[in-house]
Write a protein that binds this ligand. Sequence first.
Ligand code: 13P
Ligand code: SF4
Length: 306
Amino acid sequence: MDFTTLAAEIGRLKEEKDAVILAHYYVPAETQALADYVGDSFYLARLARTLPNQTIVLCGVNFMAESAKMLNPTRTVLLPDPTADCPMAHMVRKEDVEAVRAQYDDLAVVCYINSTAEVKTWSDVCVTSANAVKVVRELPQKNILFIPDMHLGHYVSLQVPEKHFILNRGYCPIHHKMVPAEVEALEMAHPDAVVIAHPECTQELLQEADFIGSTKQMIDYVAKSDAKEFIVCTVIGVQREMMLATQGADKRFYFPETTPICVNMAKVTPDKVLACLRDNTGEVPMPTNVQAATIPLERMLELSAK
Ligand code: 13P
Ligand code: SF4
């Protein structure tokens, strides 16, 4: 089926099923083109709550769909490829969290939204890369156990030096593999380029960056900047929105070559969006521990709105 026919069929099914399509910037460009809303993790979590539609198709990875389901218990949430899972979401052990809890009285367990519902139940508050600094600053506790991402945790610890951070050892395999040497090679080739990076990158790579931010913050940055060239240290999916946001301005984007593709986000192809709507597949079950897992998500929405 060609793309136009597929898009038309999806449009018909959306109406029939009262469905809306949400997509993260990391899914393939053609999938983003089918979406009613495209955004970063924070935007998608907040938005899911406000939508009137009976069915939400979440083009992203499992934790995003799970969060949308928990924040919208009465809606049907479909994940076009249920095997699209973020490996970092699992990179923390309960016993490690319990051990730190036993050690500190004045502790907040801060959980990156890139985590399973179960991991959220061990936590006091969730954050995304867009709001982590703000949310952590708002917390009354002095000690912060940041899970699962050590790189985002380290980045936040530098922005909030008044708190004491305990870091976990999780990481995003894609951002973790980007190395300063690649960025330096790109800088040699494009000396006027500005380096922008996602805080899931290592601290060594972040030291090379002129700007650090979530996917949405990076997109806003390139749109506002006077620079014409950017070395973009994150998953290549953001390129579509960067081009749209800078249309007519002839801006250039260069990506490190190692691994700027998230294989799990890449699984969410247009044909799977069509199939899940047509066949009612990929329905995300309500996590069994929904109540305890929703509290930190709600807390994030509350603190980030302050
Ligand atoms: P955000 O910029 O949406 O927080 O993206 C990070 C990410 O890895 C989503 O999986
Ligand atoms: Fe997970 Fe990294 Fe993929 Fe984001 S880019 S979903 S953190 S593996």
